[in-house]
Design a protein around this ligand. Structure first.
Ligand code: AMP
Length: 278
């Protein structure tokens, strides 16, 4: 594995690639969720690139940019063991100019749910993903795939839309959510949770399990499902519980094969999201 910190080094390294390239963008503090994306990329491509970059433009004022966990040495080891070819770890100065052209998330999909709770977050996220996709594709691989977790479902939907709207030559590969044995969706932010908070955080996945039970009993009315989910979400500060279709439009009835159930809640000061695709 080669670790590169500059754009020049990255382009030099990717210029020797032959065949397909799989790319996994991350913000580091890697866990099994990230690893599942890397493993899939390894399986499906000749070369694999992972980026680790805590992107400042997607954090709002007062969010955890400075506190965000950074574990570069451990992350590099994990990547090496997983068979990554290039680990790209740029600095913010390298990635941004002062007066940048910006990307604005679309009005409907971008300004509900996470877009309302974190205004501007998706603009910054799309901006960095566009930059990274263009950089990794710069040397024109024969096929280019980028791997994203369904854990960040709205992010995945917006990136898919950006690739379509801007005709970017990449295949976006959605990857399943990886959970701890007890159901908690893995997230770098779980590191912030105290023991007691981690127990309370389990109510997010439990509420999704409750929703599954209801759907299996043929309860398709979304307001009933939301009411029942909220009964499980008692020990956290709920931000939203919502059922949408794959287009991210809120729905009144569950459509099997076309529904995402999303939940966001604060546990202490830590904000967590989780979801279920049914
Ligand atoms: P992050 O480092 O949090 O920006 O995440 C990098 C990528 O890993 C994103 O595509 C996430 O959706 C994905 N990811 C994060 N957590 C999980 C998880 N528990 N299961 C699957 N993918 C995940």
């Amino acid at each position: 594995m080669i670790t590169v910190n500059t754009i020049d080094e990255l382009l030099k390294a990717t210029s020797t690639f032959k065949g397909s390239v799989g790319f996994v963008p991350t913000m580091g503090a890697l866990h099994e969720g990230h690893l599942s994306l890397i493993r899939q990329a390894r399986k499906e491509n000749d070369s694999v690139v992972v980026s680790i970059f805590v992107n400042p433009t997607q954090f709002l004022e007062g969010e955890d940019l400075d506190a965000y966990p950074r574990k570069e040495e451990a992350d590099a080891k994990i990547c090496e063991l997983a068979g990554v070819d290039i680990l790209f770890m740029p600095t913010a100065q390298m990635m941004y100019e002062k007066d940048e052209l910006s990307i604005i998330a679309p009005a409907i999909r971008g300004f509900i749910l996470e877009g309302t709770k974190r205004p501007g977050h998706f603009d910054g996220m799309l901006q960095i993903v566009m930059k990274l996709l263009n950089l990794i594709a710069y040397n024109k691989p024969s096929a280019f795939r980028a791997y994203f977790g369904k854990k960040d479902a709205q992010q995945l939907a917006l990136i898919t839309q950006m690739v379509k709207n801007y005709f970017i030559n990449v295949q976006i590969v959605p990857c399943d959510i990886v959970r701890d044995k007890d159901g908690l969706a893995l997230s770098s932010r779980n590191l912030y949770l105290s023991k007691e908070e981690r127990v309370r955080a389990l109510s997010l996945s439990r509420s999704l399990k409750r929703a599954t039970e209801l759907v299996m009993q043929k309860e398709f009315d979304t307001s009933t499902i939301i009411t029942e989910m909220k009964k499980v979400l008692t020990e956290v500060e709920v931000e939203y519980v919502v059922l949408v279709n794959r287009e991210f439009k809120p729905i009144e009835q569950v459509e099997l094969g076309n529904t995402i159930i999303l939940v966001a809640a604060k546990v202490g000061t830590t904000r967590l999201i989780d979801n279920l695709w049914i």
